[in-house]
Design a protein around this ligand. Structure first.
Ligand SMILES: *Cc1c(COP(=O)(O)O)cnc(C)c1O
Length: 221
């Protein structure tokens, strides 16, 4: 077994273990294997081992790697988890099965336009800036109500859930708890939270998608 396949299996086992500890069905937590910066040759063992969901941060990089891989592994679900520029909406709608970083009206408008043209709606999650960090993407928690109404009512977009990236220097759990509370208040079922260092805490607090990169593919260069 390749190192990647072995680490993937360990992460899947850890996810299932934590889910059971918190009386959740293991299949209620989906692992997104974050393959940003990793070449096709290093992604392939994870695909061969049966991994379905993958995450990328950059449209151009994903365009260079994934059309070929998706053709060979057609069950793949590709997730855009990085900041998305409005002028990349067309390419993102064509390539990704889910977009986790919807966070502003200009992007909602472009996505709605491209989804209508493509007739292919990716799953959409709204990113929430739970730490209210100025340099980070995401809707401020107090602006979420208004933003959700706007994207639904003005742009007709269906939102499945919320995503957050807690500030690096904070304990993540209060951020995960806040995101879970906001999702519950709005009746949203998906919670995209937790990375290599903190996915266990995220599962404890209700994550339905965990985004794990380095624990599977090794450190990024
Ligand atoms: C890179 C990245 C991840 C994965 O991070 P690891 O610490 O390598 O698991 C998860 N989510 C987002 C938004 C990322 O940019």
């Amino acid at each position: 077994m390749s190192d990647t396949a072995a680490r993937l299996r360990e992460v899947l086992q850890a996810i299932a273990g934590v889910a059971r500890d918190f009386e959740r069905a293991p299949e209620s937590v989906r692992l997104i294997a974050v393959s940003k910066t990793k070449p096709v040759a290093e992604i392939e063992p994870a695909l061969a081992a049966g991994q379905i969901d993958f995450g990328e941060n950059y449209v151009q990089e994903a365009q260079a790697k994934w059309p070929e891989l998706k053709a060979r592994y057609p069950k793949t679900r590709l997730h855009m988890i990085g900041p998305l520029q409005s002028n990349k909406a067309k390419e993102a709608v064509a390539l990704f099965d889910a977009i986790h970083s919807l966070d502003r009206e200009s992007l909602a408008k472009e996505l709605a336009k491209e989804i209508a043209k493509a007739g292919r709606p990716p799953e959409l999650l709204v990113q929430v800036n739970t730490g209210e960090e100025p340099q980070k993407g995401g809707v401020a928690p107090q602006e979420l109500d208004g933003f959700l109404s706007l994207v639904r009512d003005r742009y007709g977009l269906a939102i499945s859930g919320l995503m957050c990236i807690p500030p690096a220097e904070h304990q993540p759990s209060p951020h995960f708890a806040l995101l879970a509370k906001l999702a519950k208040r709005h009746g949203l079922k998906e919670l995209s939270m937790g990375m290599s260092a903190d996915y266990e805490a995220a599962i404890q607090l209700g994550a339905t998608y965990v985004r794990v990169g380095s624990a599977i593919f090794g450190a990024r260069g």
